[in-house]
Ligand binder design. Sequence first.
Ligand code: ADP
Length: 259
Amino acid sequence: VGGHPTPQAGPMKPTGVDRIIAIASGKGGVGKSTVSANLAVALARQGRRVGLLDADIYGPSQPRMMGASGRPASPDGKTIEPLRAHGVTLMSIGFMVDEGKAVVWRGPMLMGALQQMLGQVAWGQLDVLIVDLPPGTGDVQLTLCQRSELTGAFVVSTPQDVALLDARKAIDMFATLKTPVLGLIENMSTFICPACGHESQIFGHGGVAAEADRLGVPLLAQLPIDLDTRLSGDAGTPIAAGDGPMAEAYGRLAEGLVR
Ligand code: ADP
């Protein structure tokens, strides 16, 4: 762990990992990390061996969302021991830097860190490694797609046009890099008033489904705006770890992934 990570050439797919699924979005704040955490927890609850790599280097959310903290140990000075939370093997750049401190790194440092998290972490045997990507179409996405033999990507978007516009760019990037887009996930698709039960489509309706149609990929889930999803994320116990409709929705998403 010590010293500055330096990038090296070569493939970065950890041995023992069956498939790597990247969770991507065009914009930040659409729920990419929330979906990543909950999908990982749902998979673990179904008995899958699952890892979660928080590759959102500039804004790592997984330590908070998964309720995990501490510095990963490196007993031999070469391999890094990941943490465990909610049945998920977990690694995040957030474990290496202090919460609240900015990561001010140039490209090579960034790539070195990414490479360490993939190549030097003792992931063990995993059915699925979920990678929570940074938003957008930058260096991290490029490197991962080109070097880590991604099985495919899920693209998360909210229904409003500005989010969809950027989601399309992410989808376009995956097409260019020949990474299969396995499906789209619409998050914050509708709001059900807890007081009166009225359903409002605050961010619009139908855009993500139309995009999935255009691409010929499945719309894997439509997840509502849900107060408990946000509260449980902030509290470090993803909603998929509990019971109720949201946990069930993530359970279905997880089932579809490894079928
Ligand atoms: P991203 O990873 O795309 O930046 P996050 O997963 O960090 O987005 O989500 C941003 C914020 O929105 C977080 O506070 C999260 O708890 C909240 N959030 C995400 N999805 C939902 C949802 N379906 N309902 C309510 N809040 C949500």
